[in-house]
Design a protein around this ligand. Structure first.
Ligand code: AHR
Length: 506
C-alpha cells in the first residue's frame, strides 16, 4: 500500500485556471466543422458556432482559448478575416493540407466563440510574415474604444464595443515555422514588436507572451530572457508577461524520435514509452524554470506551455495535413499526468493549452458531420476542472512503485492536490500501470478525521479503449466508490489504467 500525505497546512501557489486552456488553429477540421459551421448550416448553431460542441466545452469549463495558430498564425493576415464574408479573401492554407481557407472565421467570430464559451482570449499575432504595423493595427482594432481608423473599422463591421484581449502571443515557434529565426534575432524583433502592443484599456493591460523554446532548447530561453526580461520596478516585467514552451509527446521507437505510430493500435512497450516521453515535461519545466528563476526569482512572468499533447499518425484514410487522430485511455493518462505536473509547478506555469481543442491531435471532442463524441481526454479535463483557481497543497506520495521497464520506467502514480475557496480538497491521481490496481492510504496532516468524500469519479479502460461515433460511451466518467473512511483520512483503491478525481470536505 502506498501513502499520500496531504499537508493541508502547507498552502502553496494558486493554480491559474488558464493551466486548463485550449488551442484552436485553422488546421484540418478544428475551426471549420469542429467549432464553426456557419449560420446557414443544418447543424444546430448559434451565430455559426455549433451548439453541441459549445455546450460540451462549457461543461468542461474552458478558461482560455488560443487562436489562430500555431504555424498558421505567422501566415495569418487578420484583415483577410473581417468584413462581409462574401468578399473575404480566399487563400491556400499552405501549412495544413493545402486546402482553401475562406476566412469566414475571423476576429469577430473568434470573440463570439469566446463569448459563448465564457473564456479568456489568447490571440497569437503574426511576426513571421507580418509587419509591426499590421500587428499594432490588429490590437487597435480589437481593443481601442475611441475614435481611430481601426476602431472605426471595427464599428463599421458591426462591433461597437472593443473586446478584451487577455493574452497576445508575439509570433509562434519563430525558431521554426514562424520564420526560422535565431534566438538573438527573435529576441530583438520581439522587443520591437511588443512596443506597439498598446494598452488602450488602462485597466486591463494585455499580457504579452514571447515565443519560447522548442522542447529542450535552453539556449533559446536564456537568450530571450537575457534580451527581453527586465525586472526593474519601473518596468515591472520589462517587455514580457510570459514565455511559451512547446512539447509534444511522440512515443519514439528504436531511436527514431519522430516516430508517432497509430493512435489506437500500439503495444504495451509503446504505451510506456509514450508515458515516459510525456513525463519529460517535468524535466523541461524544471530546467527552463531554473533559467527563468535566474532572471525572475520572484516569478513575475509565467511559463506558458501553450502547445502540448500526444501527436500520433493520422487516422487511416484521412488527410495527412489535417492531423486528425483518435484518443484512447493512453491519452487520458497523458492528460492526467501532465495536468498534475502543471498543478505542481503552478508557481511558474501560468497557462497551458492542449493541442488542439477539436478534431486535431489530442482533442477533447471529435466531430463527424452532425455527430459529436467526447474523448477520454475530455473527461480528464472535466474531472480536473475543480483545480482551476484553487490553491495547491503540499503533498507527498510515499512507497509508490514504478511501472514500465528499463528506460521506459515511470512512476506508477501521479498526483496533485488543491483546496478550493470552499475548503473542498481536490485530489487527482493517475494509475499508469496496465495491470495492477493501487491501494493508497490518503492522510491529512490536519483534521484528517473530519474529512469525508463528497464527490469522486474516474475513467478507466484498456490502454487503447476509445469512443467512436458508433460506440460513443466506451470511456466515460463514472462514479468512483472504492474508498473507505480511515483514521486521519481515507483509503482508496484505484484501478489499473485509470484517472481518478476525489473531492473531500469537512
Ligand atoms: O499544433 C500543430 C502545430 O504544432 C502548430 O501549428 C505548431 O505551432 C506546432 O509545431
Amino acid at each position: 500500500m502506498s501513502k499520500l500525505v496531504i499537508n493541508n497546512e502547507n498552502k502553496k501557489s494558486t493554480i491559474a485556471p488558464e493551466i486548463y486552456g485550449h488551442f484552436s488553429e485553422h488546421l484540418g477540421r478544428c475551426i471549420y466543422e469542429g467549432l464553426y459551421v456557419g449560420e446557414n448550416s443544418d447543424i444546430p448553431n448559434v451565430n455559426g458556432m455549433r451548439t453541441d460542441v459549445v455546450e460540451a466545452l462549457k461543461e468542461m469549463k474552458i478558461p482560455v482559448l488560443r487562436w489562430p495558430g500555431g504555424c498558421f498564425a505567422d501566415e495569418y493576415h487578420w484583415m483577410d478575416g473581417i468584413g462581409p464574408k462574401e468578399s473575404r479573401k480566399k487563400m491556400i492554407n499552405t501549412h495544413w493540407g493545402g486546402v482553401v481557407e475562406d476566412n469566414s472565421f475571423g476576429t469577430h467570430e473568434f470573440f463570439e466563440l469566446c463569448r459563448q464559451l465564457g473564456c479568456k482570449t489568447y490571440v497569437n499575432a503574426n511576426m513571421g510574415s507580418g509587419t509591426v504595423r499590421e500587428m499594432s493595427e490588429w490590437v487597435e482594432y480589437m481593443t481601442f474604444n475611441g475614435v481611430s481608423p481601426m476602431a472605426d473599422l471595427r464599428k463599421a463591421n458591426g462591433h461597437e464595443e472593443p473586446w478584451t484581449v487577455d493574452y497576445l502571443g508575439v509570433g509562434n515557434e519563430n525558431w521554426g515555422c514562424g520564420g526560422n529565426m535565431r534566438p538573438q534575432f527573435y529576441a530583438d524583433e520581439y522587443r520591437r514588436y511588443q512596443t506597439y502592443v498598446r494598452n488602450y484599456d488602462g485597466n486591463k493591460p494585455i499580457a504579452k507572451i514571447a515565443c519560447g523554446a522548442n522542447v529542450d532548447d535552453y539556449h533559446w530561453t536564456k537568450v530571450v530572457l537575457d534580451t527581453c526580461f527586465d525586472g526593474t520596478p519601473e518596468k515591472e516585467h520589462g517587455f514580457m508577461d510570459g514565455l511559451s514552451l512547446h512539447h509534444y509527446t511522440l512515443p519514439e521507437m528504436d531511436g527514431d524520435w519522430n516516430y508517432k505510430g497509430s493512435a489506437t493500435d500500439f503495444t504495451e512497450e509503446i504505451f510506456y514509452k509514450t508515458l515516459k516521453r510525456s513525463y519529460y515535461m517535468e524535466e523541461l519545466i524544471t530546467k527552463h524554470g531554473a533559467i527563468m528563476d535566474q532572471y525572475d526569482p520572484e516569478k513575475k512572468i509565467g511559463m506558458m506551455v501553450d502547445e502540448w499533447g500526444i501527436w500520433t499518425d493520422v487516422e487511416p484514410g484521412t488527410n495527412p495535413g489535417f492531423l486528425y487522430q483518435q484518443n484512447t485511455m493512453r491519452d487520458a493518462l497523458v492528460a492526467g499526468m501532465n495536468l498534475n505536473i502543471f498543478n505542481k509547478h503552478s508557481d511558474r506555469v501560468k497557462l497551458a493549452c492542449i493541442a488542439q481543442m477539436v478534431n486535431v491531435l489530442q482533442s477533447v471532442v471529435l466531430t463527424e458531420g452532425e455527430k459529436m463524441i467526447k474523448t477520454p481526454t475530455y473527461y480528464v479535463f472535466k474531472m480536473y476542472r475543480h483545480h482551476q483557481g484553487a490553491t495547491l497543497l503540499g503533498s507527498d506520495l510515499l512507497n509508490s512503485s514504478k511501472v514500465g521497464s528499463g528506460e521506459n520506467e515511470v512512476p506508477k502514480i501521479f498526483e496533485s492536490v488543491s483546496e478550493d475557496e470552499n475548503g473542498v480538497i481536490n485530489i487527482t491521481l493517475t494509475n499508469n500501470s496496465l495491470k495492477d490496481a493501487e491501494n493508497i492510504e490518503i492522510q491529512l496532516t490536519k483534521d484528517g478525521d473530519a474529512y469525508s468524500v463528497c464527490e469522486a469519479s474516474y475513467v478507466t479502460g484498456a490502454m487503447n479503449a476509445h469512443n467512436t461515433f458508433e460506440n460513443p460511451e466506451v470511456i466515460k466518467e463514472q462514479e468512483f466508490t472504492d474508498y473507505s473512511k480511515a483514521a486521519n483520512g481515507i483509503n482508496v483503491t484505484i484501478p489499473a489504467c485509470s484517472v481518478v478525481s476525489i473531492r473531500i470536505k469537512k
